[in-house]
Design a protein around this ligand. Structure first.
Ligand code: GDP
Ligand code: MN
Length: 339
């Protein structure tokens, strides 16, 4: 039993899981991240005091560290990302990468011309869980500077993951822009042909392909929110997969996001029962949000989001695909919220 009394948690006796909240951000994100910290502390962490790790490809200033530390209730840690986790591998033709960025920029693709965005996506795909600070933990909760938690979180999601043997937790699903991942599926299929042993027999391939693996349907878990077990990213299956993807150059010659990369791996290499949809964690990132549409969840957790704005069953999301692939029945009122 969790030591929960009403909405109060008796933290004195609470044994935290081996887990941390984690934020990758820049010095300039200070004011945004302070807002998010206040929000998540209020909705959750003030009762649990989990550590909060901040990672950056440059050193944070003393001011940044001091300010952030004032708002977190657990231990605050700051990590500098090693150069080899945020730079071009030797096999990348940087001139070709620059030319491809230009083409993508000309095509009007979001972040299409941005070099740092590609390092960020590659870092989130293959390196964050290898950072010396992150190596001390098993589970992480990824939190970005400009996001919002719109309901109370009256339970410990990390404990939920442990007790229910979950590996990957998400709140929002969405379709990827095809232009950013043109050869990702081809590269993945080649990997699968070389490594059939990594595919789980109870996988959720149906979530990511509508034609038995011929093409990728662009569905993925939106990785700006993730609560997951890093042992998965540290596994041989994922390590082999990331290595193959990296070698192909797609993180730089295209603009592969960590979201489709994580999602394809989770859908193929995990038992589908290891995936978890946190339908009770109201969450907003940019223009999209998951607002709990079930009255019991909404009313019981002081949610302030507007259910009409829930993205879950929007056509551009992949909630319908996820529920169908899992063989779940959608909430009774889902069509009311499917715009
Ligand atoms: P989006 O969510 O795809 O629109 O991309 P964001 O701009 O939110 O970036 C994703 C995450 O990476 C956020 O947590 C950002 O703070 C972080 N991020 C993006 N670029 C950089 C960078 O160059 N350096 C650092 N340290 N963090 C970055
Ligand atoms: Mn973001």
């Amino acid at each position: 039993m969790d030591p929960v009394v009403g909405q109060q948690v008796l933290i004195e006796n609470y044994r935290r899981e081996n887990a941390t909240i984690m934020t990758l951000c820049r010095e300039d994100d200070l004011s945004d991240i302070l807002g998010t910290i206040r929000n998540l502390e209020d909705r959750f962490n003030k009762d649990y005091h989990y550590d909060w790790v901040f990672l950056n490809n440059e050193e944070y200033s003393a001011e940044f560290k001091a300010k952030v530390s004032k708002f977190t209730s657990g231990r605050t840690r700051f990590g500098l990302i090693p150069k080899e986790h945020w730079s071009y591998p030797a096999f990348i033709d940087q001139e070709k990468a620059r030319a491809e960025r230009q083409l993508m920029e000309d095509d009007g693709v979001i972040y299409g011309g941005m070099e740092s965005y590609r390092h960020m996506c590659r870092f989130n795909s293959g390196f964050f869980y290898k950072h010396p600070i992150m190596m001390e933990y098993k589970y992480y909760w990824r939190v970005e500077p400009h996001v919002e938690f719109t309901c109370d979180i009256n339970f410990d999601p990390f404990r939920y993951m442990v007790e229910n043997k979950k590996t990957y937790g998400f709140t929002i699903t969405i379709h990827e822009f095809e232009r950013t991942i043109q050869t990702l599926w081809k590269t993945t299929k080649k990997f699968l042909a070389d490594h059939p042993e990594h595919v789980h027999k109870n996988n959720l391939a149906k979530f990511i392909t509508n034609d038995n693996g011929d093409t990728y349907n662009l569905c993925h878990f939106w990785s700006n929110f993730e609560i997951a077990d890093m042992d998965f990213w540290r596994s041989k299956a994922y390590e082999d997969y990331f290595h193959d993807l990296d070698k192909s150059g797609g993180f730089f010659y295209e603009r592969w996001g960590d979201a489709p990369v994580h999602s394809i791996a989770a859908a193929l290499f995990l038992d589908r029962d290891q995936l978890h949809y946190f339908k009770n964690i109201g969450y907003q990132h940019g223009v999209y949000q998951m607002c709990p549409i079930e009255d019991e969840i909404y009313d019981g957790n002081r949610c302030y989001c507007d259910k009409d704005n829930d993205f879950t069953f929007d056509g551009y999301a992949c909630g319908k695909e996820f529920f169908d692939a899992m063989g779940w029945t959608k909430p009774a009122n889902w069509e009311q919220y499917a715009n």
